[in-house]
Design a binder for this molecule. Structure first.
Ligand SMILES: Cc1cc2nc3c(=O)[nH]c(=O)nc-3n(C[C@H](O)[C@H](O)[C@H](O)COP(=O)(O)O)c2cc1C
Length: 167
């Protein structure tokens, strides 16, 4: 488990190798096992798994060059009708997104988290493109596939960020 956390990297180049539907669903299941405030699970997902569908996301997101090679892109949405109180969809969807990244890594795949929230203009563009109801808000996109680049594990432990009992 800890190795999965330490070895996960944002991968921006993918092999031309499909990801089977069962694997994608297992990864989404892990997303749905994330903690959420009052267990409201205020999330929805759109799986883009055709070149055309992934390209559609690429066109909407200015920092998504990896979607030129990623075979799958998962869109994560918050549901403001389900969230415990205003704003909780952000923390809940963050937890679900991180679970997805780690589950993918554990299954031998790679990912890259693409922020949509808090870019209002991007959120609006996705809402329009996917014809979303008002309560469904675009949160993030996740590139998914078998990575075609090797990244070193960085050293991020920083004792200076830890504070005991007082600031
Ligand atoms: C909220 C959020 C938004 C991000 N948005 C993008 C993005 O739009 N494009 C991109 O290439 N990477 C994006 N990333 C990935 C970060 O650049 C990456 O996590 C960071 O550089 C650390 O590298 P690592 O994920 O390999 O550990 C995002 C990450 C987070 C958590």
């Amino acid at each position: 488990m800890l190795e999965t956390i330490y070895e996960r990297r944002s991968v921006r180049k993918y092999l031309d190798k499909p990801v089977d539907k069962k694997t994608v669903e297992e990864i989404l299941k892990a997303g749905m096992y994330a903690p959420s405030a009052v267990n409201k699970q205020p999330w929805h997902f759109i799986v883009c798994d055709t070149r055309e569908a992934v390209e559609r996301v690429h066109k909407l997101h200015p920092y998504s060059t990896m979607l030129k090679t990623a075979p799958v892109c998962i869109l994560v949405f918050g549901d403001t009708d389900l969230e415990f109180c205003p704003g909780f969809y952000i923390t809940d969807c963050s937890a679900a997104t991180e679970n997805i990244l780690l589950a993918a890594k554990a299954l031998g795949l790679d990912t890259c988290w693409l922020g949509i929230y808090p870019h209002k203009d991007m959120q609006e563009a996705f809402s329009k493109e996917f014809n979303l109801p008002a309560n469904v808000v675009p949160f993030a996109a996740i590139a998914l596939g078998y990575g075609d680049e090797k990244k070193e594990r960085p050293d991020r432990f920083d004792a200076g960020k830890i504070h005991y009992n007082k600031w």
